[in-house]
Design a protein around this ligand. Structure first.
Ligand SMILES: [Zn+2]
Length: 234
């Protein structure tokens, strides 16, 4: 693929984005195309009119208003080709923005949810798209997998298994809250030589969350989220 001149980072100062949600960063044109292909109804057919229904153009009233938009956006992911496409386009768009380095995170369960896609095929498609994008565009990309407690612990474990099946392509995991206020749990995950432990003990986090976000530090003193190197090989 030919790379446009303006897609090549030229600044001597590195431009980075360490927190970009791949599955909440779809092009409007792509959303419309995929909606037509998969029979998804969007509020508007015109790009300009559709924009405020999918993007935050000004500070919103609350988190649910934001989530409504990103969930509508992800509703067009009707098959794995769509997942692969948006992953690839995320890399292309990062290069067009002249980023030198970007960390793209995604929740397999969130991307799969609207059309019941198998989680493992979603991960495989996203990895394929990012790998292809890396080959075509001059931007360094790391992929981060999200484990969404929003969908419950069983779903989170399936997400973990699907992400681990492609662990060579996944740089890190992101565990997201909220836990149920009444739930106690302790889970340990191992990846790439690092031990990531997450403990929530009757944690009533004040920060609502969804698959579209991440919290690295819980608001409750009884919860903790930490990453450290293991004392022994796992
Ligand atoms: Zn986030």
């Amino acid at each position: 693929m030919t790379i446009a001149d303006d897609a090549v980072p030229s600044s001597a100062i590195p431009r980075i984005d360490l927190h970009r949600h791949l599955d909440g960063n779809l092009r409007l044109e792509t959303c419309l195309e995929l909606a037509h292909k998969h029979g998804v109804s969007l509020p508007k057919e015109d790009l300009a009119a559709l924009k405020p229904h999918l993007q935050m153009l000004e500070p919103g009233p609350d988190l649910p208003a934001f989530l409504e938009k990103v969930e509508r956006m992800a509703s067009v992911l009707g098959d794995v080709d769509a997942c692969r496409r948006v992953a690839y386009e995320n890399v292309q768009d990062a290069a067009r923005e002249r980023l030198h380095y970007v960390e793209l995170r995604f929740s397999p369960a969130f991307m799969a949810s609207a059309h019941g896609l198998p989680l493992e095929t979603v991960v495989e498609a996203v990895v394929d798209g990012v790998v292809a994008g890396r080959e075509d565009f001059p931007v360094q990309v790391q992929l981060i997998g999200i484990l969404s407690r929003t969908f419950g612990p069983d779903s989170a474990k399936k997400e973990l298994e699907s992400l681990l099946s492609h662990k060579k392509a996944i740089a890190a995991l992101d565990l997201i809250f909220p836990a149920s206020p009444s739930r106690s749990s302790s889970e340990t995950f191992s990846m790439r030589g690092k031990l990531c432990s997450w403990r929530a003990a009757r944690a009533a986090t004040t920060s609502a969350h969804s698959p579209m976000g991440s919290i690295r530090r819980a608001s409750s003193p009884t919860s903790s989220w930490s990453c450290s190197r293991p004392s022994r090989s796992l």
